[in-house]
Design a protein around this ligand. Structure first.
Ligand code: AMP
Ligand code: ZN
Ligand code: FE
Ligand code: FE
Length: 287
């Protein structure tokens, strides 16, 4: 069984519509694909219908923007009830704040002598898209300012770079609690990715277990091979489910769908936790 539990569609910053992401998953020989767009669940229905047609199991997820001090953190919520108002309203507030934030990034870029307009950015987003730095990067590529998204991030958009502006985020412990309260399962995404900012400490990962964290991404394209064994050991110590995922963004990144996968036994453990969470059993991670 081939399982890739973290992908993005064009309802956030991936390049393909949700149904096409699932079609790509089928082409890559995946049996299970997770759709985890940033701060939105709006791609779920299209992806699930495509999955039914193509014989691919679609696991609905969301990647919630969080931060603790200077550390940017992404928290995955699998199987949440999208009608749970506290979480849905918070996701809406985060999405809404992305627009003034992106405009502020454009102003910073202008001040740095990069001539792009808000209309350039709008030209990069599909209808109903959660606007993010990748769209700004794409606008810069279209203008010929940089060669690709990677250069845009390295020179301008990373946390440590001059055009970086933050947006509304959740504290990671609140995100874990809200995901759990919404009958979902919380998994911390790429905690050791860094990406031009600080990494998530082992201490914080342990603290998040106290509030209900169920899993952790160990195999991720942004995790160098040499750090993975220690991260897997930490996960075992904390009794966390270990995931492997591509974080596929379509043409937005060079990573192929299914390039990293989750072990079937770990997937089974995640499914057990999701089933328990569905029934509101807060002890989802204890078994
Ligand atoms: P935002 O949510 O607007 O802060 O943007 C974060 C997104 O930017 C993440 O989903 C990453 O996939 C993407 N990203 C971060 N660094 C890079 C990079 N160096 N190249 C391409 N995409 C990146
Ligand atoms: Zn992204
Ligand atoms: Fe992420
Ligand atoms: Fe992601």
């Amino acid at each position: 069984m081939r399982i890739d539990l973290h992908t993005h569609s064009n309802v956030s910053d991936g390049s393909q519509p949700p149904a096409d992401v699932v079609a790509s998953a089928a082409q890559a020989g995946l049996d299970v694909v997770g759709l985890c767009d940033h701060d939105t669940t709006s791609g779920w229905l299209e992806a699930i219908i495509a999955g039914e047609q193509l014989g691919v199991e679609v696991i609905p997820g969301v990647e919630i923007s969080c931060a603790r001090g200077p550390v940017g953190i992404h928290m995955l919520g699998y199987g949440i009830n999208p009608r749970y108002a506290e979480l849905a309203d918070e996701l809406e507030r985060i999405r809404n704040d992305r627009v003034p934030r992106a405009k502020a990034v454009v102003r910073r870029l202008n001040a740095l002598g990069v001539e792009i307009t808000w209309q350039d950015v709008v030209g990069q987003v599909s209808n109903e898209t959660v606007v993010g730095r990748p769209h700004i990067a794409d606008a810069m590529v279209a203008r010929g300012v940089v060669a690709d998204r990677h250069e845009a991030f390295a020179r301008y958009l990373n946390r440590s770079c001059p055009a970086y502006v933050s947006h509304r985020v959740l504290d990671p412990a609140s995100a874990v609690e809200m995901i759990t309260a919404a009958d979902g399962v919380a998994v911390i995404a790429h905690p050791k990715a860094g990406r031009g900012g600080a990494q998530v400490s082992d201490e914080l990962i342990a603290n998040l277990c106290q509030v209900g964290l169920v899993g952790i991404e160990v195999d991720h394209p942004d995790h160098p091979q040499q750090i993975r064994p220690a991260l897997a050991d930490l996960a075992d110590q904390l009794q966390l489910v270990k995931l492997g995922s591509s974080d596929y963004h379509g043409t937005g990144k060079t990573i192929a769908i299914g390039q990293e996968t989750t072990d079937p036994q770990q997937y089974e453990a995640l499914r057990h936790a999701m089933r328990r969470a569905r029934w509101g059993w807060e002890g989802a991670r204890q078994g």
